[in-house]
Design a protein around this ligand. Structure first.
Ligand code: NDP
Length: 601
């Protein structure tokens, strides 16, 4: 489809109509916090709680979160010879997202070779281009075992209190298991999407059938298992699923095969591009995987995905295609047309073309034209999380699978028997919430603790007007503490583990430097933090707004459900020159021996 064949104004208008239809005055408050009589939706259905004695000892490093962030930081610390590392994790094992999300069909959406951490170090070859969840969870466990991180880990444990003891130069950590131990250094990587949320639909507590959230899949009820065994217990069940985001897209094809009747309740369709998963060719892998291969792949993907000029594209998928299209369009502008306005136009044209293709794909795969029409996404591709799947759309050709489109309004009510939409009640035996995770709620509420730094300064107070760090990692007033996450660093959203691996490496080097030089404290200076924020804000102002998070987009968690997120949101940015430049900068920063901006005392 060429851009000349597209009526751009008509599409813009359609996008605006669809967005406006979905705007709600309650924004993120439309969702229910999972607590009180809903708290059972959080129960760990995978691992039994083990009794253990409360701890009151001391460790060199404590890490909150046993997902990728904790594992890669733990591994890098061990590589530096720092083995006294305690990971604290609310789940019953390592894995984070991959511990909780075991729904049928769960798989990574970014290529395994760059998504799965420490492949070269552990000698694991991903079996598929997009590995399924059990393989990713096994990789987490492999890292835990190889680096002996299990020895000191605390599972089914949630931090409740964190405070800095300046006189002793240590953190005091209290947990819901009665622990009160200390750590010389503290790091945390709790992930952005770890607290399940439920839709605030009237009557949600009244449903008499069985129900669960996708991140707590109940295989006892459905039959089957995370590796894809058929869910035989659903053969006589009427099942409903609320939500059509990235999670639903992956599990609906499996439900469609298993249920007597499946009702998919849709508020906004996802964009579904080609997946093209394939098994890994072992001979190809063995030839390709020469020393340093994973780092080369990581850097190549980042360069391709974030607009760099890499000469080859190793990953070759929907993510790099998206950037390549934009780059090609922009580079085809004549020198006199290389203006900010024309560049924005070229970016928009490339988006129109891509979305027209994605909408046309629906028509080729979905037999019923009315259903096909309702499955078309009317927004710019990065307004919502792009999805990639080769069986989701076809699932609606299964006679027992019914798309219940709510025309942007959402489910009207939940009753004792089922779900009401547009005055019609759909009777169900089981209701599955694919309703996502809390984003944008107060950090204290999601974390379950508020970090108290030097002189009683709380992190919630320090960040009242927005997040302030250097590199997204160091916060003035919070010595010997490190945060592992992408914002205010590379901000590479298309491959989050790359951000985490680089942070882990950096933190391990800083702690090693402190220990080797007998320094009790390390802290970013106020000046260095201020200068970093100034640099980020100047870069963001010069770049203008992108599509992700834009208020013009259809509502979702990317843009605070379409509501003004307030001034603090302007700080949710990355390094102005992009992810590749950031990683190069960081490498120089940590290797030149100065750790500029940090004070070692
Ligand atoms: P999302 O937040 O993306 O989706 C929630 C869904 O629930 C949306 O379709 C939403 O509709 C719908 N919904 C909410 N309220 C109602 C209501 N009242 N009535 C009907 N529908 C409703 O959650 P997911 O778990 O799908 O995904 C969260 C994120 O997790 C993804 O964006 C992605 O980043 C990550 N993820 C990654 C995967 C991977 O990498 N392999 C796989 C799965 C998830 P609406 O769109 O209108 O708000």
């Amino acid at each position: 489809m060429t851009v000349t064949a597209i009526d751009k104004e008509a599409i813009r208008q359609k996008y605006a109509e669809e967005r406006n239809k979905r705007l709600r005055p309650d924004g993120i408050a439309q969702y229910l916090q999972v607590k009180d009589q809903l708290a059972h939706y959080l129960a760990d259905t995978y691992t039994e709680l083990q009794d253990r004695a409360a701890l009151t000892d001391h460790v060199t490093v404590a890490f909150i979160g046993g997902g990728f962030a904790g594992l890669v930081t733990g591994a890098r610390l061990v590589e530096q010879g720092i083995t006294d590392v305690r990971i604290i994790e609310k789940g019953g094992d390592f894995g984070g997202t991959w511990y909780w999300n075991r729904y049928p069909g769960a798989q990574c959406d970014t290529a395994s070779f760059i998504y799965m951490p420490l492949l070269e170090e552990t000698g694991h070859m991903p079996t598929e281009k997009y590995a399924h969840a059990p393989e990713i969870l096994a990789q987490c466990q492999r890292i835990g075992k190889q680096y002996k991180l299990y020895d000191n880990a605390l599972f089914h444990t949630e931090v409740e209190d964190l405070s800095w003891d300046d006189a002793q130069s240590r953190w005091l950590i209290k947990t819901n298991r009665g622990d009160a131990f200390t750590a010389s250094f503290l790091a945390m990587g709790t992930g952005p999407l770890h607290v399940p949320k439920l839709p605030g639909i009237a009557g949600i507590e009244s449903f008499n059938g069985h129900s669960f959230h996708t991140s707590r899949w109940d295989y006892d009820y459905t039959g089957g298992d995370p590796s894809g065994a058929p869910m035989d217990k659903l053969a006589d069940k009427r099942v409903g699923i609320i939500g059509t985001g990235a999670t639903s897209v992956q599990c609906v094809p499996h439900l469609a095969k298993a249920c007597k009747e499946l009702y998919v309740f849709q508020r906004t369709p996802s964009s579904i591009d080609v997946r093209a998963n394939k098994p890994t060719d072992v001979d190809w892998f063995n030839e390709m995987a020469t020393p340093g291969w994973q780092q080369r792949w990581l850097e190549n993907f980042t360069a391709n995905q974030t607009g760099g000029m890499a000469s080859e594209d190793l990953v070759m998928d929907g993510w790099t295609d998206l950037s390549r299209r934009i780059r090609t369009k922009v580079m085809s502008l004549s020198p006199e047309n290389m203006t900010a306005e024309k560049i924005m136009e070229a970016v928009e044209d490339s988006d129109f073309e891509k979305m027209e293709q994605i909408r046309a794909r629906v028509d080729t795969l979905v037999e019923d034209p009315q259903t096909a029409e309702k499955l078309k996404a009317w927004y710019r591709q990065l307004c919502k999380r792009p999805c990639f799947h080769d069986q989701y759309l076809q699932a609606f050709n299964t006679p027992a699978t019914v798309l219940v489109d709510t025309d942007g309004k959402g489910v009207q009510q939940i009753t004792e028997q089922g779900v009401m939409v547009d005055g019609r009640e759909y009777e169900l035996d089981c209701l599955i919430y694919a309703s996502g995770f809390e984003v944008g709620t107060e950090y204290k509420r999601r974390a379950g603790y508020d970090m108290v730094g030097r002189d009683g300064l709380k992190l919630s107070e320090k960040w009242r007007e927005g997040m302030k760090t250097k590199h997204g990692t160091h916060v003035h007033g919070f010595p010997n503490a490190f945060i592992v996450q992408p914002t205010q660093g590379a901000n590479l959203i298309s491959n989050v583990p790359h951000n985490l691996t680089e942070s882990g490496r950096t933190i391990a080097m800083i702690i090693k430097h402190a220990l080797d030089n007998d320094k009790k404290q390390v802290e970013v200076t106020q000046q260095a933090e201020d200068e970093w924020i100034e640099l980020l804000l100047a870069g963001a102002a010069a770049a203008g707004g992108g599509v992700i998070g834009s208020p013009d987009c259809t509502p979702g968690y990317y843009n605070n459900e379409g509501q003004d997120p307030g001034p603090a949101a302007k700080l949710n940015v990355g390094y102005p020159s992009g992810a590749t430049a950031y990683f190069e900068y960081l490498d120089e920063w940590r290797n030149n021996g100065h750790f500029e901006g940090l004070e070692f005392r």
